[in-house]
Ligand binder design. Structure first.
Ligand code: PLP
Length: 235
């Protein structure tokens, strides 16, 4: 698929109802873990769906969204921002160094900082533009070859490098657990790396496991299909 190739959501998908249900589940999971529901930000992941599919969520008051491709976000969000200026857009997909300038322009938060070359490029563009999106460091908690993210054993040094050498605004950590493993072990590992590095934001948990992630301290959950429906194409 080309990056900007998006599709409408299915007519049977009631986005506002799905959103309300996910919000309620996040709040329940927070209360069950003796946490304040207000401490958890729901990121609605709109990837592969078109701009019109975002409107029911926006009309219901949702303002925090996630996209995994820079080009798709650039095609979809500027017009929506004209209508809803307080949108907060998170990049949750891999970022190539040659798209850093665009990403800093389009996104408010970049969750996938995972290597020195990218960190250096982000620092350069932030200095030049004065725009400083919050950064999460992505950790490859399952050490999967095909997955982005810094390895757990390299995380402390990379976090220090991002902060000290590149002066990036690092606010937290993000992970995507292996699909076939118990996610709680990965959420626990991410929380531990964050704790020992003095970071208090944790982006973890997707449609299948966001309640578990909340139990393990997620401050941000990234939920796509449970809100917008099954994606029409792989992303
Ligand atoms: C697509 C995606 C999500 C949302 O996945 P769902 O299972 O549809 O909730 C979350 N995080 C990342 C990094 C993604 O790419």
């Amino acid at each position: 698929m080309t990056p900007s190739d998006t599709a409408p959501h299915s007519a049977d998908t009631d986005i506002a109802a799905n959103l309300a249900e996910v919000q309620a589940k996040v709040a329940d999971a927070a209360r069950n873990a003796s946490r304040d529901p207000a401490d958890i930000t729901l990121i609605a992941v709109g990837k592969t769906f078109d701009a019109a599919s975002m409107v029911p969520a926006l009309s219901a008051g949702q303002r925090v969204f996630g996209e995994n491709r820079v080009q798709e976000a650039e095609d979809k969000w500027p017009a929506l921002r004209d209508q809803f200026p307080d949108i907060c857009l998170h990049l949750i997909g891999p970022l190539q160094s040659n798209k850093v300038r665009k990403a800093v322009e389009v996104f408010d938060v970049i969750e996938t900082v995972d290597r020195p070359k990218l960190a250096r490029a982000l620092a350069k563009v932030m200095t030049e533009t004065g725009r400083r999106p919050d950064c999460f460091i992505q950790v490859n908690t399952g050490a999967e070859d095909q997955k982005a993210g810094v390895l757990p054993e390299d995380a402390d040094a990379f976090i220090a490098q991002c902060r000290d050498d590149f002066a990036l605004p690092v606010v937290g950590l993000m992970c995507i657990p292996p699909v076939d493993e118990e996610p709680s072990l990965h959420f626990q590992l991410l929380a531990e790396i964050a704790r020992r590095n003095g970071l208090d934001q944790l982006s973890m948990g997707m449609s299948a496991d966001f309640e578990i992630a909340v139990a393990f301290g997620a401050t941000h959950v990234r939920v796509g299909s449970a809100i917008f429906g099954t994606r029409p194409k792989p992303a």
